[in-house]
Design a protein around this ligand. Structure first.
Ligand code: SF4
Length: 662
């Protein structure tokens, strides 16, 4: 069935009022996913599944950290069989956490695991298909034959799940779609959805509904589109509203991994989608559940937020990224990358050295300014003026009352409230900022936004912040108002991880919807200058990180590294750190670091280069999806990877980059 934009609007209960999508409950041991139940936090072990005690110990640490469901890889029958020992040992130690077997390529392992653990995850891209990267022409008849073949291979597993009360996740991965799906639908969100629906329809025919669905990708934009389309398609086809398992694959590590996960998962949670969450980090698995919990707990008392003006129809396509059409005002809007405005408004005095916190460095010796990849584009100085000449490329926002009295207004632009703008004697010919709250929108404000030299600084104090701001963007789209808009948000920094999650969800969600021509994270007043600058630095980097995760402004190397599991052939954390050390100056290059050759190449579909474990101490190197070198000894693999990047003309010597930046 074709989805037209006109029909494609009901993927969530409401884009402006927090309300969780209703789903059927799916029982997994003592845990129920979906229905009225709280969102379940889950994660996956990394120890070899044949290491029973290692897996048990790791599982216990994960449960201790807040994990309510534990997934363990079962690449073959012997690992599936060993799940019995792992489960027995856990139960002996009083741990009743439900276990999920993770299956790729091996239906017989799934059938065995379904009799042992509480849930089985299959990947519809490789359950009954081997990946050959072939493009196949299907007629309706040959396609139907393929579906019959799948039904035959899949039915025994479904019957076993029914018999043993075992739940199932049909988990599509963007990177491992079958040749059949790729040939018919291409590498699209619709292909991802169809990949799961092929299997789901068989389950419904067999009267089995204890199913959770997922649509993961390492690209947060793609992942959000696919989940939304899935919810829409279930509804349109009259299939049951199955619970959704949310996750961004290969999100990476540290701040970047948290930001990327929150941009993807958080955007969907804001829409009311999602019944269970797994955050994948290239870190010990016990670090994942606390991040997932912070993401989920944002919604514990979200219901009852201040009302947001309702809308009849979503005026954008929520299933495909389109940047909102905006005017170019100086270097905001239109085809410009979203701008980052650093907030130094609460500092009493700004000195030359303070700009280091926002990526601009002054070198007295050549008497020059340098900027790193995360140099802010603008700085907001509030009710004062920065008392020295700013570096080229950095411009200043000053509150109107101060700006109006300046003799030298070059590279300085006024910030107005609506009342000030209505009565202003002066304004800049080039660029004026109008700061207001999304709730204060009215016809007078909208009339002002017709001007061609205004950029909005948009704020909200609604607890449902992203949708409150999104509502404002909807209004602009409906009225064809093209003024650029900067998203302005304050966040407490007591818990830095929570800041990353909150900002990435609120701002990332808007960016994924194609909204936002800039970002300003406000810095709280602090009499301690050092603390103030530390916060300014963190917020500046977070703003750039969110834009990178939303794929709207690439300022650093992107690592698509798998979280590792029992299949992993090398120490992923150590290897990722080593590769990062050598390559993190390659702005915009995407490097996949994958623990195994079985799933790795598919999972890093989005990467420019790949470093994939292909045997003990052996690495296979990729350019995109193409193998360039096989079986390279791991001691030489990073050098060889760099050589490939160099051959492609994308390598830069770090010393040169450093010299330029400093
Ligand atoms: S790519 Fe990584 S997480 Fe995925 S199966 Fe292979 S080793 Fe495990």
């Amino acid at each position: 069935m074709e989805i037209t934009l006109a029909s494609a609007k009901n993927y969530c209960n409401s884009p402006v009022e927090y309300s969780r999508r209703e789903t059927i409950p799916v029982r997994v041991g003592d845990v129920v996913i979906g229905g009225d139940n709280p969102i379940v936090v889950q994660s996956m072990t990394t120890v070899d599944t044949m290491d029973t005690m290692g897996t048990v110990e790791e599982t216990l640490r994960m449960v201790e950290s807040g994990c309510e469901l534990v997934r363990i890889t079962a690449p073959s029958l012997k690992e599936a069989e060993n799940l019995r020992n792992i489960k027995a040992e856990l139960r002996k130690r009083g741990c009743n956490v439900p276990l999920v077997a993770d299956i790729h390529f091996t239906p017989n392992a799934a059938e065995l695991a379904a009799q042992i653990v509480e849930k089985v995850r299959i990947n519809p891209g490789n359950f009954a298909d081997k990946k050959r990267f072939e493009s196949i022409e299907y007629t309706d008849d040959t396609y139907k034959e393929e579906l019959e073949r799948i039904r035959e291979r899949f039915t025994p597993l479904v019957e076993l799940c029914k018999k043993h009360g075992t739940a199932m996740r049909i988990g599509t991965n963007h990177g491992s779609l079958s040749d059949r799906i790729m040939s018919r639908y291409g590498d699209t969100a619709l292909g991802m959805v169809e990949s799961a629906l092929e299997f789901l329809r068989i389950c419904e025919d067999l009267n089995y509904d204890q199913i959770v669905l997922s649509m993961k990708s390492s690209n947060a934009q793609v992942m959000v589109e696919a989940y939304r389309l899935l919810a829409q398609k279930l509804d349109e086809e009259g299939l049951k509203p199955y619970p959704l398992h949310l996750g961004v694959t290969e999100a990476g590590e540290a701040e970047d991994g948290r930001i990327k996960s929150a941009v993807g998962i958080g955007t969907l949670l804001e829409d009311g989608l999602g019944d269970t969450v797994r955050v994948s980090l290239t870190e010990a698995p016990e670090y994942e559940a606390p991040v997932a919990r912070k993401l989920v707990e944002r919604y514990a008392d979200r219901t009852g937020h201040a009302a947001i003006q309702p809308i009849e129809e979503i005026p954008i396509d929520p299933f495909q990224y389109h940047k909102r059409d905006s005017l170019e005002v100086l270097n905001f809007g239109d085809l410009n990358v979203p701008r980052v405005i650093a907030d130094l408004s609460q500092l009493n005095t700004v000195e030359v050295k303070d700009l280091k916190a926002i990526g601009h460095f002054y070198l007295p010796e050549p008497d020059k300014w340098r900027m790193n990849d995360q140099g802010a584009d603008y700085v907001y100085s509030g009710d004062k003026v920065i008392p020295f000449m700013l570096p080229n490329g950095l411009k200043e926002l000053v509150n109107y009352s101060v700006w109006n009295s300046l003799d030298d207004k070059s590279s300085r632009f006024p910030v107005y409230t609506f009342a000030e703008l209505a009565e202003a004697e002066n304004c800049s010919d080039e660029l004026n900022f109008l700061r207001f709250n999304a709730a204060d929108i009215n016809e007078d404000v909208l009339a002002v936004l017709e001007a061609d030299n205004i950029v909005v600084l948009l704020e909200t104090d609604n607890a449902h912040a992203m949708p409150a701001m999104r509502r404002f963007f909807y209004e602009l789209v409906e009225r064809k108002l093209r003024c650029p808009v900067v998203i302005v948000r304050p966040y407490d920094v007591t818990d830095e991880e929570q800041l990353l999650i909150d900002a990435s969800t609120d701002i990332g969600g808007l960016i994924v919807d194609g909204f936002g021509d800039g970002v300003m994270l406000q810095v709280a007043n602090n009499s301690n200058k050092e603390a103030y600058l530390k916060e300014a630095k963190l917020k500046n980097e977070t703003a750039f990180g969110i834009l990178q995760a939303g794929r709207t402004r690439m300022t650093k190397t992107e690592y698509i590294s798998c979280p590792s599991c029992g299949r992993t052939l090398f120490d992923l954390q150590e290897t990722t750190a080593m590769i990062r050390k050598r390559t993190d100056h390659l702005k915009g290059v995407k490097i996949g670091i994958m623990g195994c050759i079985v799933n790795g190449p598919g999972e890093m579909a989005d990467a420019d280069y790949g470093y994939v474990g292909s045997g003990r101490g052996k690495i296979t190197l990729y350019r995109g999806q193409e193998v360039v070198k096989r079986g390279v000894p791991s001691a030489q693999a990073v050098d060889e990877l760099i050589e490939i990047i160099r051959t492609d003309g994308k390598w830069l010597e770090p010393e040169l980059v450093e010299r330029f930046e400093n």
